[in-house]
Design a protein around this ligand. Sequence first.
Ligand code: GTP
Ligand code: MG
Length: 146
Amino acid sequence: MEVSRGFAAIRGIPFEVIDTPGAYSLVPITEEERVTLSLLLGEDVGMVVHVIDARNLRRMLPLTLQLIEAGLPLVVDVNILDEAERIGMKVDIPGLERELGVPVVGTVLTRGIGMDVLKDRVAAYVQGVTSPRLAALRRPDRARGA
Ligand SMILES: Nc1nc2c(ncn2[C@@H]2O[C@H](COP(=O)(O)OP(=O)(O)OP(=O)(O)O)[C@@H](O)[C@H]2O)c(=O)[nH]1
Ligand SMILES: [Mg+2]
């Protein structure tokens, strides 16, 4: 199972970036989902960028809701908007953001479209410390899994 790790500075903030295998549920059925679940719950995750396929929102959103319920600090990235548009689908990004109550951005990552907004939202989220989990992670005396 391929889990890639790397380091990136986003708006001057250093991040370790972990790319998890594709998953559709926090109740793991596939091996990919098992690996993703243990990464999300077992590591000091500062925040989660949940990349979902704009053409398959119905299949993706249950996991989005599970991530929100799990209290993970989340930014949702609705990607592949180009293909969605090509088949006549229009995604209401601000509407989705209102309904979900977490930041939502739209992207076409193969062409870098929306990347700037995504970086801005990630940096703003981390600086805002809006989530108790993230606040706990930032405490010097933090406990693992807090
Ligand atoms: N048209 C289009 N294709 C995209 C976009 N983003 C990614 N792709 C393509 O989608 C395919 C899958 O991309 P990946 O980055 O492997 O997707 P993934 O979600 O990491 O896949 P898993 O790790 O297998 O779950 C690749 O062929 C990408 O080039 C996009 O915004 N538009
Ligand atoms: Mg992948």
